[in-house]
Design a protein around this ligand. Sequence first.
Ligand SMILES: Nc1ncnc2c1ncn2[C@@H]1O[C@H](COP(=O)(O)OP(=O)(O)OP(=O)(O)O)[C@@H](O)[C@H]1O
Length: 511
Amino acid sequence: MLLSDVARTSQEVAQAAARSRKVELLARLFRMTEPAQAPIVITYLAGRLPQRRIGVGWSTLAERVPAAAEPRLDVAEVDAALGRIAAITGKGAQGERRRQVRELMSAATEEEQRFLLALIGGELRQGALDALAVEGLAAAADVPAPEVRRAVMLGGTLGAVAEALLARGPGALADFQLEVGRPVLPMLAHTAKSVEEALDRLGPCAIEEKLDGIRVQVHRAGETVRIYTRTLDEITSRLPEVVSAARQLPADRLVLDGEVIALGADGRPKPFQETAGRVGSRLDVAGAQAALPLSPVFFDLLSVDGRDLLALPTTQRHAELARVVPEPLRVRRLVADDPGDPETREAAKDFTAATLARGHEGVLVKALDAPYSAGRRGASWLKVKPVHTLDLVVLAAEWGHGRRTGKLSNLHLGARRPDGGFAMLGKTFKGMTDVMLDWQTDRLRELAVRTEPWGVVVRPELVVEIAFDGVQRSTRYPEGVTLRFARVLRYREDKPPEEADTVETVLGFRA
Ligand SMILES: Nc1ncnc2c1ncn2[C@@H]1O[C@H](COP(=O)(O)OP(=O)(O)OP(=O)(O)O)[C@@H](O)[C@H]1O
């Protein structure tokens, strides 16, 4: 498929007002898409780069290059060229990247140049595109949209489903079943301000401790165990203790959902950074394990002995979980059958207080009758944390002063708007360690799309977790509010900007 077709559709979709028109435009494009190119076409339409970063700064991108007269660039060719650029390393890498970018740009028409520039610069990101693409695909292949959605949820990526559907027609969807060895997107939670609010919103529910570790999905088939992250990357080799714990469970085929966490001898959690460092390190795993063993703690069971449990209510999934996973490997929980009852409410508050006293970050409250909505931030899981936190996107950063001269320090923070853009909520330079400052300076330089005398404007891709004391009125920022005492807790490289918190969530914190 020609890049110009994708560029044109991207623009038409952005300009179309009606959702149905957007879907129609996408369906038209998908009907012309070669199946193998569908994953790239969808990523480009959503404004994402499959390579994520290609190491090219704004000054290189902004260089004017004479455009080609006729469109002839193929999307696969563009993808391969960007892949080569991203892979350049070593001495002279910058110059070589620049040469290859010029080469690519000179093969592009003016319209394609604008598209590539916006794509690489992160200006095309459209959070809502995946949902529209599901409908466009359904229309192109003449199947109901919910069937495509279910396949995406079980197949892990929209690209894989699109490719199969376009190549083999509606029958291909039957291949996307929950299977041991094929990870599914995890179910996510919304936020509630307090346990009482969560009880009121959900009705009969279970309250579970919220462990501040790393989400893992563990698949076991006989002796073979595979472990996946929240973003479905495989990390089996880094967690030998989780592999052996899974092998000891009394069921041969399992898909488990849980958290790995470093616990001290007293059972209290170690700081999140320690768990994250251990999960992130690939070198000398045995040594790292000896220094900091991790514990898996499971809270859901998606499949057991060939039975798919996704559609079953929480209560039944948990009963199965309790049958195969013994106590210390299972999350602590309290069932609140009758949340209107004062005693139940007291018990729920006591459970939460005890969880916090043990050093955990909060609780998750889960509706007892809810199925497992893979890949969804469902309304039937609510998280409650005493410290308010938001996952925001870094929009720009200012050069520091004094001790921080030469470092990118003061971050401009944005929350997601319904249109896929970001609204700035304020700035912070608090809470950063020296290591973080060095790291963010490098990372934000890579993401820079424009340099200013005061700092850099970056592609809105880096998600940062911010603690704050409240939300207050401010005429300085576009939503009329800003955060009180915002401070950085950690970077969330595992979270794409499409999952950052929304303006609506932020406004929910207004006093
Ligand atoms: N008992 C539990 N049930 C479900 N998730 C849990 C539990 N304990 C800890 N967690 C973690 O909390 C997360 C749920 O919060 P959410 O869905 O908002 O993801 P998140 O944005 O990564 O959350 P956060 O940044 O608050 O950890 C899960 O992804 C999981 O990693």
